[in-house]
Ligand binder design. Sequence first.
Ligand SMILES: O=C(O)CCC(=O)C(=O)O
Ligand SMILES: [Fe+2]
Length: 340
Amino acid sequence: MDTVPLIDVRALVDPTSSPLARREVAARMGAACRNTGFFYVVGHGVDVGLQTRLEVLARDFFARPEEEKQRVRMALGGRAWRGFFPVGGELTSGRPDRKEGLYFGTELPPDDPRVRAGTPLHGPNLFPLEPEGLGGAVLAYMAALTSLGHSLMSGIALSLDLEADFFATRYMADPTVLFRIFNYPPGPEVDAQGLPVWGVGEHTDYGVLTILKQDDAGGLQVKTRQDGQTRWVDAPPVEDAFVCNIGDMLDRMTRGVYRSTPHRVLNRAGRDRLSLPFFFDPDWTAEVRAIDSPALKDAGADDHAERWDRQSVHRFEGTYGDYLLGKVGKVFPDLRAEVL
Ligand SMILES: O=C(O)CCC(=O)C(=O)O
Ligand SMILES: [Fe+2]
């Protein structure tokens, strides 16, 4: 219960696998979602060559001079919320993180009705990017992870005694996809006041499912709970495995049974750490509801007083888009006026 389990999800990805094999994988995922809310996946089928190409190109990007990276700064992405932010440009719980990053999302042309209507977080990515090939690798990776996201959600649906396509048809026919590439530079572990300098401070993710690719530097920590005690455990890099975790919206949909678990990053490697979180979330216009299933009869009490952001995970109404916009301004204060 205290460590992050590793699950081979091949049966969910392989169209020829048996229903029994799928259910077995789903049961393991369900157990992980109820316990740590975090699990590794292997057997995911995402091409290793593509992953390596993306990692090499991303490292090349972050190694470039600041003024070159600023050519694709977030201010140029406007309402679409895309582009580069420098170290200290993003806040978690009101404090700047020691990380820089590139933001991407679903590539939409300017004549898409949602882009024309000025819908926040919808639009084109800030392409072309240097080095050449980075933009193409990002699009190919987002397509591969979207497919994996649907496979994993079929497992989560089966684990809740729902039809395998429950999420795909009701909530994620046109999923909200946010993809980020982060670089955590090395530096002292504490600041002048002796406070830890987090790569990312303690937080939970907003959405449904996060699929993270991390390099070999380590530094991701997960807050586990057992018998009322909390403990931070490491989620170290595992060869060709993604780290998956449940976000607040799935926590809400399952009335707290599937846990959105706090996590944070401290880069102690003495060199840059590269990580690539992919957020796979409901359709922008989806009205998200609590899931009705006998599998959730043990739905628990509200724990908002203990949570990092003091928000109840169970209270919600409106569309996923409205919910997400409520969060954006807190992490990028400069962008708030532009986006909201
Ligand atoms: O970089 C990581 O390992 C985690 C990033 C993260 O937690 C996030 O972006 O929400
Ligand atoms: Fe996170």
